[in-house]
Ligand binder design. Structure first.
Ligand code: NAD
Length: 394
């Protein structure tokens, strides 16, 4: 027997055995860790609130998710990416601790999918942001708005009930008030919406209120936002409406697009309103302040009640004033064209936010418009094409 030649062979066998056992061990650990990550979402964990954020790939929902994660909450985002950006979700994934954030691509119009989400995940509270949200589009496509906003809210509330989820923070809007004769708007101001967007949101509010009154132990806070602007002060997220939505877009996005040369000019719709300079008056609330209001709402939601709050600064700013602030923030003398009124728009809307201050201790902090726009502009310059391919998973 040749001992000299059998030793290397037995070495080789030993090496193969060690490698095989290491591979098996790694696979076991990997399987264990992926199982336990899924478990984290499927089971309640003492001291950790699991929040379902619908529309979390969108502007406000992504900023809210950022804060919820920072506050130690677990977040499941549900979004169909019809308007939001996968890039925002990726930015959040970079920040989130393992097992604290998951993204589910689903349409809230799909009842089965929504039910599955609630079945598979131990949700403690829902922040329902997901919606289509353009006034002009709602006038042109009302049925889309009633489906997407009213009907989908019904689906979410039914799924919450079926799966014993009690807390709901609902994204409503000042558009539910329509065009009140008396300013500023308080929560008791009569709601007479004048476009399908506002009507669809009011119907969703009514569904939630009726249901909570009649039979449920839901704890609901409805927040009626005024015009939301700004972006994360640390520059981790921004507002990135899809290029195809630009023509319907909000004024800050349009002004930045004009400053970047993506569109030739900023269009101001309507100069003959009965306001200080003929352009519409709005109340611009910073997204960080708005997210603060959600955090307070989550803490103050109480069983069997629906609390309703305006979330605004309490100060009306004209579109012309906004344009000047935007020019100052960007340093670009954006060219502006003044056009006819847009159907469905109202002249003057600003809030009286004293109820939310009195009851939740919330007050807007980011009230210097030029400063807020400067921060948002910084993000925009660093991301001239937004988050890139909106639906891309890479
Ligand atoms: N931005 C504002 O100034 C403002 C003012 C008042 C109220 N709101 C409300 O705040 C909420 C968020 O608005 P935003 O500005 O972040 O809008 P956004 O378009 O940036 O985000 C909405 C998100 O919802 C998702 N979505 C839409 N329909 C869906 C569906 N059927 N299923 C799953 N996901 C769906 C979109 O893909 C998008 O990511 C909306 O409910 C809106 O009505 C916004």
């Amino acid at each position: 027997m040749d001992y000299g030649s059998s030793r290397p062979r037995s070495h080789l066998v030993a090496k193969v055995l060690v490698a095989a056992s290491l591979t098996a061990l790694c696979m076991f650990i990997l399987r264990q860790s992926s199982t336990s990550t899924t478990d984290l979402f499927a089971h309640r964990q003492e001291g950790v609130m699991h929040v379902l954020v619908t529309g979390g790939a969108g502007f406000i929902g992504s900023h809210a998710t950022l804060r919820l994660l920072a506050n130690g909450h677990r977040v499941t985002i549900v979004d169909n990416l019809s308007r939001g950006n996968m890039g925002a979700v990726h930015a959040l994934e970079e920040i989130a601790n393992p097992g604290m954030l998951q993204f589910i691509n689903a349409d809230l119009g799909d009842r089965k999918a929504v039910d599955e989400i609630f079945k598979k995940n131990a949700i403690d509270a829902v922040m329902h942001f997901a919606a289509v949200a353009y006034v002009g589009e709602s006038v042109a496509e009302p049925l889309r708005y009633y489906h997407n906003i009213t009907s989908n809210t019904l689906t979410v509330v039914e799924a919450m009930t079926a799966h014993n989820v009690k807390k709901l923070i609902y994204s409503s809007t000042c558009a539910t008030y329509g065009e009140p004769t008396k300013m500023p708007i308080v929560e008791d101001t009569e709601q007479v919406p004048i476009n399908p967007y506002g009507k669809a949101k009011k119907m969703a509010e009514d569904i939630i209120k009726d249901y909570t009154k009649a039979s449920s132990d839901l704890a609901v806070v409805i927040l009626r936002y005024f015009n939301v602007i700004g972006s994360d002060p640390l520059g981790r997220l921004g507002e990135a409406p899809r290029p195809e939505l630009r023509h319907m877009g909000r004024i800050s996005g349009a002004c930045f697009d004009a400053a970047l040369g993506h569109i030739p000019e900023l269009k101001v719709m309507g100069t003959d309103y009965d306001t200080k300079d003929g352009t519409c008056i709005r109340d611009y609330i910073h997204v960080t302040d708005l997210v603060d209001a959600h955090v307070k709402a989550l803490a103050h939601a109480s069983e069997g009640t629906v609390k309703v709050y305006n979330v605004g600064t309490g100060v009306g700013v004209s579109v012309k004033e906004f344009v000047e602030a935007c020019k100052a923030a960007t340093g670009v003398n954006v060219s502006v064209s003044y056009l006819e009124r847009r159907p469905g728009d109202y002249a003057e809307v600003y809030s009286n936010p004293s109820k939310i201050f009195r009851e939740l201790g919330w007050k807007a902090r980011y009230t210097n418009l030029t400063e807020s726009l400067s921060v948002a502009w910084k993000w925009k310059m660093a991301h001239p094409n937004g988050y890139g391919d909106a639906r891309s998973n890479s």
